[in-house]
Write a protein that binds this ligand. Sequence first.
Ligand SMILES: Cc1cc2nc3c(=O)[nH]c(=O)nc-3n(C[C@H](O)[C@H](O)[C@H](O)COP(=O)(O)OP(=O)(O)OC[C@H]3O[C@@H](n4cnc5c(N)ncnc54)[C@H](O)[C@@H]3O)c2cc1C
Length: 392
Amino acid sequence: MTAADVAIVGGGAMGWSTAFWLMRRDPALRVAVVERDPSHAQAATALSVASIRQQFTCRINVKISRFGIDFLRNFEAYAAGASGVASLGLREQGYLFLAGSQAGAEVLRMAAAMQRAEGAATEVLAPDDLAVRFPWLAVGDVALASFGPRDEGWFDNMGLLAGLRGAAMAAGAESRRGEVVAVMVGHGAAHGVRLADGSEIAAGAVVLAAGTGVTPLLAGLGEESPVEPRKRTVFVIDAPEARHPRAPLMVDHGGFYLRPEGDHWITATVPDADGPCAPGDFEPDLAQFEELIWPRLHARAPVFAAVKVLRAWAGHYDFNRLDANALVGRWPGWPNLYALTGFSGHGLQQAPAMGRGMAELLTAGRFETLDLSELAPDRLHTGARVREKAVV
Ligand SMILES: Cc1cc2nc3c(=O)[nH]c(=O)nc-3n(C[C@H](O)[C@H](O)[C@H](O)COP(=O)(O)OP(=O)(O)OC[C@H]3O[C@@H](n4cnc5c(N)ncnc54)[C@H](O)[C@@H]3O)c2cc1C
């Protein structure tokens, strides 16, 4: 049996961000990150659309992204110590949210005021302004739009992961390959993890940062988790008439999103009958493009008349069916068992703040910089909800 102060289950962005911040706080800590698949073939971090926005309806998510953009922008400085870390290729082209009803417009208006109060640059655009700013869009059915001209865009997801891992390992964190099959417990507390090969890591604290894989591990302890896998298919398309490389990431009230990707575009939708999928189902739903996305996309932007799908992939959101927001903190009833999951499609941009918060909780017993306590798993029992309306 090996021993660690902290055993982290899951070597995606959350697991390695937690290790990164732990090592920054205390280089003497023994931190082990256990990952079952170092190729990250099914990890959300690798399958992400890798975008960051300030436009959330929950204030706490705006605060998290205020730090997220600072971290991404200054990544080389933060990750100093990791070899080969370059900039993350951040493209700050903004998010553009469209609303198609007066109710939707009111949500955008109120959210924009709150975001600006937190330091974001969100602008509210009437349809006429929208048509001037983005003349390639048909705006006849748009009631209002909101646009973030800075602090929003997309970046290199695997660069972020590699940098966090590299810096954490350079500072002494251990990377362990293996599947955790159980959290070891005794006297009402966690005391380590057991791997599929029978080996064990004894630990003073266990952090479950395994995305959708947190739910079966909690089930093994008799604990119910509201986090379930929801499949999302992402399409890369070529549209020869649509050359708008400076376009923002547009979230259309018709139910799809679109952003540039080099000379091409990325697009995806939420399936009409959304619900949990089988944990092993990573088969792209190819029909979604023809049936759901293209008619809406073409109606919004006639320059997308001719389109070719170049490739598609499917990934899983770790969806929190309670309120579509993160669960971060101590699991109720367990003194040294922590969860970091439930990101519901907006976790990559949250990894810097979440890992920092988790490291504070583990070493100081409380959040010191940004108070994330409203996102604690306690709310499963208290009935409190932090419902995020801007889930993309
Ligand atoms: C299609 C798609 C688009 C997205 N777009 C965005 C976006 O634009 N912006 C944004 O901010 N977020 C986005 N997200 C969400 C974001 O990618 C995730 O919230 C984030 O990457 C979660 O990181 P994680 O480390 O918690 O999970 P993961 O990256 O899934 O990592 C968890 C790791 O745990 C490992 N694991 C699981 N169980 C075990 C076990 N028992 N033992 C050992 N290891 C285990 C897995 O192999 C995996 O590598 C998107 C997600 C998807 C699927």
